[in-house]
Design a binder for this molecule. Sequence first.
Ligand code: 13P
Length: 267
Amino acid sequence: MRTPILAGNWKLNKTIAQSREFVASFTPLVQGASGVDIVLCPVFTALDATREAIGTAPIALGAQDMYWKDAGAYTGEVSAPLLQDAGASYVVLGHSERRGRFGVPEPDLEGQAGAVFGDSDQSVNKKLEAALAHGLTPIVCVGETLAERQNGHTDAVVENQTVMALNGIEANQISKLVFAYEPVWAIGTGETCEADEANRVCGVIRATIATGFGAEAGDAVRIQYGGSVKPENAAQLLSLPHIDGALVGGASLKADSFAAIVKAALA
Ligand code: 13P
């Protein structure tokens, strides 16, 4: 009943030419793939060219972040209206590589997943409100660090991030957003969260939303898993009831591996 959604987060990779090349190779591989939403999230500078390359193919465009103000004296930022102008209909918000758990960039974390760019639960909430107000679909990332998991805080961290992200949101808006459970320790490490555990935590997110916004909202919201998703593990993850798709980093950089993940959702 929930349409699977496979999103490729290219992070800080691919030039304009490489983004176009990807689309040219990828589009024929997913031709005829129906009943699934496919999203590509290139760097800001390649959004417009990627949109052009996609043309009329059933592939949506997403951005990797945005600021909550529409325009003004905010050097270096982009906004929801500008992302729409470039053709985006989705935006990733609160990725662990953008969150800063201490409110400031942590130089010693540079190069590792997580806590680099100072996003907070409050800023993620403001971005989410702005994205929805402009009709962009947010993909809201939540997930625990290794230390939080080892200390038994996984569920509390994920519940708290979910509640904070949704502060002030109306129940009827919940179906317009996507969550992504991305355990920080599984991102870019090759280490995948065990499928049953990923499904369990996605269920915790769903239950948190159902508690706050009603059972219907909990049933409607789509929840992706992200963290070292590859063609080899996608089918198992995507077969589980609370996992409605994948947010894919490394394996989305190659057309054949991302197409294989899309096909795993159709199986
Ligand atoms: P990897 O698939 O490279 O682990 O990255 C996951 C991710 O962070 C997607 O947003």
